[in-house]
Design a protein around this ligand. Structure first.
Ligand SMILES: C[S@@+](CC[C@H](N)C(=O)[O-])C[C@H]1O[C@@H](n2cnc3c(N)ncnc32)[C@H](O)[C@@H]1O
Length: 217
């Protein structure tokens, strides 16, 4: 389904529904979804997903193999009118024919991660993660409305702090608006997934963790 961005998704202000940082009147792009439980959580809170585009790097076939819960979440999202796209690389998404000409109020990537090739302490592994995050931030920066924000939720304890996400954002011309403490319990039904390897479907403890909010200066 194509989105018509000329309309306001909450035509009546009183009907606007919020969950944490997100509102039913925002045009929201979700990137790098795991089992689509974050997208399903937002859609359930809004009562509609006409304002949302939810994407995964995984193909639909791969999702079905990795996540037993993906099928129900995708069905729920479809029923609520969500636009669902698979095989979307967040580092090149601004060039994608279905996304390239669209602007969003919020572009969200929870727990970006390049996969479990080396130890999380390895400088090479950290560079691989940084490539994903920086590529995503760069691509997202060209897809924002005037007051739009890019959100990255990320662990802040060592060695994850070595990714220096705020510096990566600065390098692509985005500035830090806020670092908001993250709790999974703010998002009922959301289960963060490892997303790679033979334990893709496992969740992981988030520990100290924030949602970094970036915007154009
Ligand atoms: C740790 S998992 C988190 C999954 C999901 N966001 C969540 O919170 O449950 C990392 C995710 O990043 C995705 N990913 C890695 N590189 C990506 C890229 N270049 N573009 C989009 N997604 C990517 C993987 O497919 C995987 O789903």
């Amino acid at each position: 389904m194509e989105l018509d961005f000329s309309q306001n998704y909450s035509t009546n202000k009183e009907e606007e529904r919020w969950i944490k940082h997100y509102s039913s009147s925002q045009k929201i792009l979700l990137v790098g979804e795991g089992d689509f439980s974050f997208a399903a959580c937002l859609a359930t809170a809004f009562g509609s997903a006409l304002n949302m585009v939810a994407t995964s790097l995984d193909s639909q076939e791969s999702l079905m193999m990795k996540y037993p819960t993906a099928s129900d979440n995708l069905k729920q999202l479809q029923d609520l009118g969500c636009t669902i796209l698979h095989e979307i690389d967040g580092t090149t998404m601004s060039l994608h024919p279905r996304l390239g000409f669209q602007l969003f109020d919020r572009i969200v990537f929870n727990f970006p991660h390049a996969g479990f090739t080396l130890s999380e302490h390895s400088s090479i592994q950290i560079m691989l993660h940084q490539d994903v995050v920086k590529g995503f931030l760069s691509s997202a920066s060209g897809m924002l409305t005037d007051n739009g924000e890019v959100h990255v939720t990320h662990k802040t304890a060592h060695p994850f702090n070595l990714w220096e996400i705020d510096k990566l954002a600065e390098e692509v011309g985005l500035c830090l608006v806020e670092e908001a403490w993250f709790s999974r319990y703010d998002y009922p039904g959301y289960v963060n997934k490892r997303g790679d390897g033979h334990r893709s479907n496992d969740t992981f403890p988030v520990g100290a963790c924030t949602t970094f909010k970036f915007a154009k200066p």
